[in-house]
Design a protein. Structure first.
Length: 171
């Protein structure tokens, strides 16, 4: 606490390394699984009226060792690329008594406290609105609803909770 009774420390809400690793593993494994299942999927889809299905079936029926190993490897790399993009673009919030610093990917912006009219969880996302009702931030934030609410209220932001259709200010 400083001389005015305010906490001088910042609170950071961000995706943990464990969560990132889980996303990378799941997306990579999903790509590999799709690569392994692709011939079966294409054979099953042959009865559907899909344009260019013959070309897709031909691609899926190649049994050369390069294609058998290459399909899962390439789709696994594509799955990892999506995972790295998702985790890189995940929002990180640094909350202080004066401002909220929002970093998404390589972009950082600051929301001054005087501009914040309300903060609440909506649809699994955190929403920060101005006093006039303009949306300043609306995205997923890691940490769980209770931890996120505690982070904002610790710094004196007006956290509001929406539970079962009612809007009740947090104490």
């Amino acid at each position: 606490m400083n001389a005015t009774g305010e906490s001088a420390e910042a609170t950071t809400l961000k995706m943990t390394t464990g969560t990132k690793a889980l996303i990378w593993a799941v997306r990579g494994a999903a790509g590999v699984a799709l690569g392994l299942a692709l011939p079966w999927i294409l054979q099953h889809a042959a009865s559907w009226p899909i344009p260019y299905i013959n070309a897709l079936q031909a691609l899926g029926s190649i049994d050369s060792p390069f294609m058998v190993a290459g399909r899962p490897a390439v789709l696994g790399v594509i799955g990892l690329a999506f995972a790295f993009y998702i985790t890189h673009e995940a929002a990180q919030l640094v909350i202080t008594n004066q401002s909220i610093q929002v970093t998404e990917g390589d972009d950082t912006r600051v929301i001054e406290r005087r501009n914040v009219g309300g903060v609440y969880a909506k649809g699994g996302k955190v929403r920060i609105e101005s006093r006039e009702g303009r949306i300043l931030f609306h995205d997923d934030v890691e940490g769980g609803k209770a931890a996120i609410a505690a982070a904002f209220t610790r710094h004196g932001y007006p956290w509001e909770s929406i539970d079962r259709g009612s809007r009740v200010a947090a104490q």
